[in-house]
Design a protein around this ligand. Structure first.
Ligand code: SF4
Ligand code: SF4
Length: 344
């Protein structure tokens, strides 16, 4: 099991879609947890059975104690990866990443012009690409993550070809969530039919990409939706999953020690299950049960629908204040958890 640690809300970029609404400089006065706090958090997570840590933000490489924290994670016998924009790594960072078995997931949104405009940071594409290149040369695992919206969907095939050509073996295709700053881009959300068709298209082009670059290439895709026209295939598999909140699969701890049931709730303090400075994680997790889910999430949704047993009303983070997931329109596609990935 993996736990998500949002190390900081601060960021050197201002990507238009950011669901964390991250930004601003990091300094000692902003009340974010320090190294000792985070090491205690990591140990609690390990004691609760978490084996993997996903570090994200904001931009984790703005946090001066990141190398020490990753050392501590490694000492705890846990694996980790870091989601980063790839712009702030120093030459010394590759050494500790390699020694502690860390891997990077670097965000790239499109070609150079698109990427720099989208992040609001000149040279960000160039820096991210150089970071990936250096990782590959230094034996640090680096994958490329791309959040796709209407405006950058067509950029994706050339993006994947460029980075696969460079030697990258793993790609994440992320479903855009109109949350945080992304709320203002609501019209950029790709409707389910188009998203599913895009998934099928990637399936088709992947063998040719593998053949061209002559190495393994894997695309992990946030499928998020599934057509209803073939009910025989519509069962709970790793492909389609209703909200896994009560299974603790998306547990997230933020920069102030608040514990959230899902990474997409970070902007809604009212969804925090507790604060680690006040309660041990063990106690907080005991409350995150199917009863909690039924009480806090299931009510007010669409139980009269014949597909309710399958999708359970879609994603709770997408339905806040609404009765129904915005992706559900004509019952031709069901809305499932938007952050579960499957290999294409
Ligand atoms: S369905 Fe939504 S709320 Fe539930 S785990 Fe997935 S993203 Fe989070
Ligand atoms: S989200 Fe749509 S498909 Fe799912 S139960 Fe509600 S109405 Fe039915």
């Amino acid at each position: 099991m993996s736990v998500n640690l949002a190390l900081t809300r601060c960021c050197n970029q201002s990507c238009l879609h950011c669901y964390v609404n991250a930004g601003g400089a990091r300094n000692e006065g902003n009340n974010e947890l320090g190294l000792e706090d985070w090491i205690a958090v990591v140990k609690e997570c390990r004691d609760q059975g978490y084996e993997h840590v996903h570090i994200f933000g904001g931009e984790p490489f703005l946090v001066s104690f990141l190398p020490d924290l990753c050392d501590a994670i490694d000492d705890c016998g846990m694996a980790y990866n870091i989601a980063t924009n790839g712009c702030l790594l120093k030459p010394t960072d590759y050494g500790w990443l390699q020694n502690t078995g860390g891997s990077l997931v670097v965000s790239v949104f499109g070609g150079e012009k698109f990427h720099d405009a989208f992040t609001g940071a000149p040279q960000s594409y160039f820096r991210a690409r150089e970071t990936i290149r250096t990782c590959l040369a230094r034996g640090v695992n680096a994958s490329v993550a791309t959040c796709l919206m209407r405006r950058n969907m067509e950029e994706y095939s050339s993006l994947i070809k460029e980075f696969a050509d460079m030697g990258v073996e793993e790609f994440f295709v992320l479903h855009f969530s109109p949350i945080g700053r992304g709320e203002a881009l609501f019209e950029e959300a790709i409707e389910p039919a188009m998203w599913y068709t895009f998934y099928l298209r990637l399936k088709q082009i992947l063998p040719a990409i593998r053949q061209a670059v002559r190495h393994e290439v894997e695309i992990l895709f946030e499928l998020a939706t599934y057509p209803t026209d073939n009910p025989a295939t519509l069962h709970f598999t790793q492909e389609v999953m209703p909200c896994p909140l009560p299974r603790h699969l998306s547990l997230t701890i933020d920069w102030t020690g608040r514990v959230f049931p899902c990474i997409l709730f970070l902007n809604n303090p009212s969804w925090a299950l507790g604060i680690l400075q006040h309660q041990p994680l063990e106690k907080i997790l005991k409350e995150l049960t199917f009863d909690w889910y039924n009480q806090h999430v299931k009510q007010n949704r669409c139980p009269s629908c014949r597909y309710y047993g399958k999708c359970q009303g879609g994603c709770p983070a997408y339905t806040l204040g609404m009765l129904r997931d915005f992706r559900c329109s004509d019952l031709k596609y069901l809305p499932f958890c938007p952050i579960r990935v499957i290999p294409v």
